[in-house]
Ligand binder design. Structure first.
Ligand code: HNI
Length: 141
């Protein structure tokens, strides 16, 4: 459950991220693939060299989807309903992978905002990414 303080922290930080979606998204994915190599199995069709056109394009899409969630913090499930269908019915990404991506996003954000992030910002973003992950796996059965 996000508090009003959490929501303000998330919006403040995500302003930087959403104005540079390709940079943040591609770096977070590059970190994900390097630190957690099993995540690469979902992208057999990608050129996996860091900074490839596919990684950039996909990173941008992921950040833009999170921007939709951040713009609708009181209804993340509604904002990401179509993506939840896609991840549950077609992609079937193992739920363990969502916190890994969340952590790589946090590291990327800290690296570009003269980290370390203050604890209240880490907490708020972590809660936000956890909520998004829960929405994306809600329809798994
Ligand atoms: Ni995810 C496709 C958003 C977590 C594997 N994913 C998408 C798309 C968006 C997206 C947006 C593009 C949909 C479209 O084209 O219509 N993914 C998100 C978000 C999160 C997330 C917001 C969590 C914060 N996805 C993950 C994780 C994995 C993952 C953790 C696996 C490690 N996603 C995929 C794959 C695709 C995908 C695979 C298809 C990519 C492609 O280009 O074929």
């Amino acid at each position: 459950m996000l508090t009003e303080d959490d929501k303000n922290h998330i919006r403040a930080i995500w302003g930087h991220v959403s104005s540079n979606p390709e940079l943040y998204g591609a770096e977070a994915l590059t970190r994900l693939f390097a630190a957690h190599h099993t995540t690469k199995t979902y992208f057999p069709h990608y050129d996996m060299s860091p900074g490839s056109a596919q990684i950039k394009a996909h990173g941008k899409k992921v950040v833009e989807a999170i921007t939709q969630a951040v713009n609708n913090l009181d209804d993340i499930a509604g904002a990401l309903a179509k993506l939840a269908d896609l991840h549950a019915e077609k992609l079937r990404v193992d739920p363990v992978n969502f916190p890994l991506l969340g952590h790589c996003l946090l590291v990327t954000i800290a690296a570009h905002n003269r980290g370390p992030l203050k604890p209240e910002f880490i907490l708020a973003l972590d809660k936000c990414f956890t909520s998004i992950g829960r929405v994306l796996i809600a329809q798994y059965r």
